[in-house]
Design a protein around this ligand. Sequence first.
Ligand code: SF4
Length: 283
Amino acid sequence: MRIIEVTVDEIFGGPRVHNPNEINPYVGCMFHCTYCYVEGNERPQSDLYVKMNAAELVERDIETRDPGVAIFLSSQTDPYLYAEKKYRITRACIERVAQHPQYRLSILTKSDMIVRDIDLLRNVPCTIQFSITVDNPELQRLIEPSAPSVARRLEAIRRLESEGIRTSVRMKPFLPFGFTDARKVIEMVADVTTGPIVVQGIDIGSAYMKRMAELALKHAPRELTRWLEQPEDVRTEREDIVQYLKRHPRVKYEDIRAVYQDVQTRFGAHPPSAPPRPGARKS
Ligand code: SF4
């Protein structure tokens, strides 16, 4: 992966983000999640662009932002990539936000590197959201090959909480084909974070959904077939999970039934690259 230093004209918002108060200190990502929704970020050979003047632009423009909306890092990259250790762009942006106490901060990350910035975060009203989608370390390495381990993320959450910094966990996305065991993930994180646990489905019509199906075909073909055919036990399992999410006092969730149903609609007859199953309907 080439690392390219650039200067940019704007740091807040951008064509691919919905939140005008969002900052993306980098373009590209070093974690390469299979389910990444940002085109190119899943490919290790993609370039990473470092926005060298990000903090100056935060300082220049922050007061044009609505203080009723938290300053958010980041949806198009992770603010604590390995490159952040050298470049400290995210840290410099937080330093600038901290000088404007009318603004809250919200950070979404998969990295324990965030504990480096506890000295700053203690002094800014903030929430730190950790993205955790699986509990199994082998599966995690498969779908998030270059991201810090879940164990390291949990340790970082503990550390932040012990410093009085509020955290939450996003199980985003809830992955199909048995990759996400929602119950296990929730049980694992509920003792660690004091904040909400947010569960959201995957965008089924997307390129990343296809990549997940290809991964399942390679590593979990039996589970893939179960999902596509949705026998009674998968339907029961699905309803059990939905009821569990509904009842859990800390969980905020989108109805994940659609993930099961849409998987079958989209891939049921012809899973990607798979030979047709005996008796499969031809289109
Ligand atoms: S950490 Fe986020 S931006 Fe980076 S590859 Fe994973 S999903 Fe994409």
